[in-house]
Design a protein around this ligand. Sequence first.
Ligand code: PLP
Length: 372
Amino acid sequence: MPDRHDLSAATLGLHAGSDERVTGTPFLAGPVFASAFHLPGDQEGVKYQYGRFDNPTWSALESVIEKLESGPALTFASGVAATAAVLTPFVQPGDTIVVPDDGYFATRSYAQTYLARWGVTVRLVSTTAMADADFSGVKLVWVETPSNPSLDVCDIEALAARVHAAGALLAVDNTTATVLSQAPLRHGADFSVASDTKAFNGHSDVVFGHVAVRDPELLKPVKQWRTLVGAIPGPMEAWLVHRGLATLDLRLARQSENAQAIAELLTVHRAVTGVRYPGLKTDPSYQIARRQMRYFGAVVSFELASAEVAQRFLGSCEMLFEATSFGGMHSSAERRARWGTDKVSAGFIRLSAGCEATDDLVAGIRRALDAL
Ligand code: PLP
């Protein structure tokens, strides 16, 4: 057996957490449900003291995430809880942060609603404009790559160099790619943040998030925030995510294959007025994505003529669940403009390719498009 450090991320994701080969124990220990732990006398140095501070089921998952991310990690109740745990502790009144104007709306909304109220200046920059934005005087830069829902991609290494030269911290929301596709800390980011609700868990049954950091010192304020606001995951959710992680590489491979086939169909179909997928050679994201990502991912975005046409497509395509999430085993899609939160046209659809057989999926989508 090779040294564990030589293992690929796919194998690590599958094996980690099963390191102790004790006769009669399961591969992955079950969830530990506890609010209190035996804690006699001096509590100093005792890892498990109280259920809001730490839990063995979180620790098992966090140790896998640490190996995959190449930096220590903490798990959270949701992706937005993980986001707030990075955006809040590192800024003070008078600081400036940069967030994308075309990324997940709740990140922008949290910064503009709360951080701005507390005296932080929130500068909005589009994902593509991050490449040559001026970061002087900025405390923290937040990017999403690929961005949700428009799938623009940033060169993390180049961005990290510029952000650090300005004396700022770089946080990457890695939800869409997942750490098995790209590990932002290895490209120089200070924080890698993810909504594990999406592909990382992949079974559409859990809301979850995590933060990993390059410098272990950065984890202390993140942990203090989690403990003080109680943004903690349930042990059952942590265990489900750990179990789901074992198949992440398989799922990403199938989803990316399916997404690529769908994107190629959409590119040539007369009903479609625009397509974005980082795996299309003609896509503006392709060159950076092929260098930076192992998989182009599950999400394909495209445009139909109007809201009415898009709803007709979604209502008639038997291969797609109409739902507002992505990265799951089941293919799903939605008309993003229905929320009024994204800079997209009325007929813009975010589609997430699942793990169905490619031929079934492409044939079902083609039938629904032809019927338009
Ligand atoms: N980041 C991105 C890119 C997302 O798409 C989402 C949710 O859609 C989040 C963060 C928030 O995650 P959660 O819904 O798990 O809180």
